[in-house]
Design a protein around this ligand. Structure first.
Ligand SMILES: Cc1ncc(COP(=O)(O)O)c(C=O)c1O
Length: 480
């Protein structure tokens, strides 16, 4: 029990200087580190482990009052899997992911936790070793994960970690190495030992041994976030949870395409955690592949990529490669890669190139933006006036305006190019990852552009461009 009479020590409120203002969109740069889908996937996975139970969340109004803050919640992780550590999950989950990927690399299928626990893949995992440095908590979770899922663990502790903590880790069969010095020393020692042990073995050889098909499956299973380019996606993503009844209503709401998208995103989440109850809406997903609103088709292409067991989705995505919208074609092509189908390769290469925007009507340009301006999908690039009517020209993608072919005050013909927009980092990243699997030598010029230092393009995209080229050359039998 938490005693409400607890006298708090003199706490001080330290505001996080890096915190974003309330309501800010979640930055793209963080999505690769902590994403909601990956969180849901971890929850779905961990909830299948033996002994799983939700831990309690206590409301502490007395303490909150004493501290002068609005509300205080206390998440009590003390009972988590009986580990006696507040950090029981992350380490073990990482071990599960690592071992299941290793098995998938050999068999083409990611095994369930139950299969690993039952020892069905011990031959593939038993010789693998995981290592970490720890103050006692994370290392305990890693050691537990290794004993549960079947691999070896070497855990590095430093000079002042207690014998009790050491014993708790050893109880899971891990080898514990004590390093003189502080925590940082143990991190360095662990990293050096891991690098020395893996240098001559894993990454390269595993990659060479995997057949193209296995590599594809392995990669596709790990692929969690596909391009999701639609207006205000953040609001929809975190929009209110829809009941089954509302999902059906929203999917058929002809008046509000945003409602359809909202329902699609929530269905996508259900599919991504293999929620079988989502199957009743599968006919809707196939129907929406030809819905007149582009954003709806875009989102639908992404959702259908979440369940690669459906031949109907596969066929619908194939048809979407002919869609009038390049974004829909690109999204369909990316989802097809998850099906092991490279039919949309050229559409994926196109995602690396500037999007050309043409005038849907003839008229006079009455307003236009400037080259170099960062622009969001749906952002205004120019306005064209024809008589009383003003038509807005909007960007189909997130990115940066590369060229503007029209000046304010000049006339344009219908179909003439108005602007081109360089794709943003997320789009390039997804396209490069897909081409890692299905790209061909003739795609290399488009890929190499992203190996250079470009403003706006993060390092991980540059690295992916290098890896993608290597994979393509390897497939083509060329030396990198
Ligand atoms: C500063 C610092 N050192 C070390 C650790 C490692 O702690 P442990 O290995 O007990 O999880 C952490 C973990 O949060 C930390 O924040």
């Amino acid at each position: 029990m938490i005693a409400e009479t607890f006298q708090p020590p003199p706490f001080r409120h330290l505001a996080n200087p890096s915190a974003l203002p309330a309501g800010s969109p979640y930055p793209d740069s963080l999505k690769a580190i902590a994403s909601r889908i990956e969180g849901l996937q971890a929850l779905a996975e961990i909830a299948t482990w033996p002994g799983y139970a939700p831990t309690p969340l206590y409301d502490l109004p007395g303490l909150a009052k004493a501290l002068g803050i609005g509300r205080l919640w206390y998440k009590d992780e003390g009972e988590r899997f009986g580990l006696g550590s507040f950090k029981a999950l992350g380490g073990a989950y990482a071990v599960y992911r690592y071992l299941s990927s290793a098995v998938a690399g050999k068999t083409g299928e990611r095994p369930s936790a139950a299969a690993l626990i039952a020892g069905r893949h011990r031959q593939a995992t038993g010789n693998l070793t995981v290592a970490t440095a720890t103050d006692g908590n994370h290392g305990r979770s890693v050691a537990w994960g290794a004993s549960l899922f079947g691999c070896r663990a070497v855990i590095f502790i430093h000079g002042t970690v207690s014998e009790g903590r050491k014993a708790a880790i050893e109880a899971f069969g891990a080898e514990v190495r004590r390093v003189p010095g502080n925590y940082d020393e143990s991190v360095r020692e662990c990293a050096a030992a891991a690098a020395a042990a893996t240098e001559s073995t894993q990454p390269v050889r595993v990659r060479h041994r995997m057949s193209a098909r296995n590599r594809l499956l392995f990669f596709a299973t790990a692929w969690l976030i596909v391009l999701m380019p639609f207006l205000f996606w953040w609001n929809t993503w975190f929009g209110r949870h829809l009941s089954d009844k509302q999902l059906s209503e929203f999917l058929n709401d002809q008046k509000h395409p945003r409602h359809i998208q909202h329902a699609l995103v929530q269905l996508g989440e259900r599919l991504s955690v293999h929620d079988a109850s989502a199957a009743r809406w599968y006919p809707d997903l196939e129907r929406l592949a030809s819905y007149p609103v582009e954003e709806v088709r875009n989102t639908d292409a992404w959702v259908m990529g979440q369940d690669t067991t459906q031949a109907g989705f596969h066929a619908a995505l194939r048809k979407m490669l002919e869609d009038p919208s390049p974004m829909v074609r690109g999204n369909a092509a990316l989802s097809l890669v998850r099906f092991g189908d490279a039919a949309g390769r050229l559409q994926i290469v196109a995602l690396l190139q500037p999007a050309k925007i043409t005038a849907s009507v003839a008229g006079r340009v009455v307003d236009s933006d400037h080259p170099g301006t960062a622009i969001r999908q749906g952002g205004l690039i120019a306005k064209i006036q024809n008589g009383q009517q003003v038509t807005e020209v909007r960007s189909p993608i997130n990115g940066r305006i590369r060229t503007l072919s029209v000046a304010t005050g000049t006339d344009v013909l219908q179909g003439a190019e108005v602007a081109s927009v360089d794709p943003g980092a997320e789009q390039v990243w997804e396209a490069l990852r897909a081409l890692y699997l299905v790209g061909k030598v003739e795609d290399l010029p488009a890929i190499r552009i992203y190996q250079r230092d470009l403003p706006e393009i993060p390092n991980r995209v540059k690295q992916q461009a290098v890896l993608t080229e290597q994979a393509i050359r390897e497939r083509a039998g060329q030396q990198p």
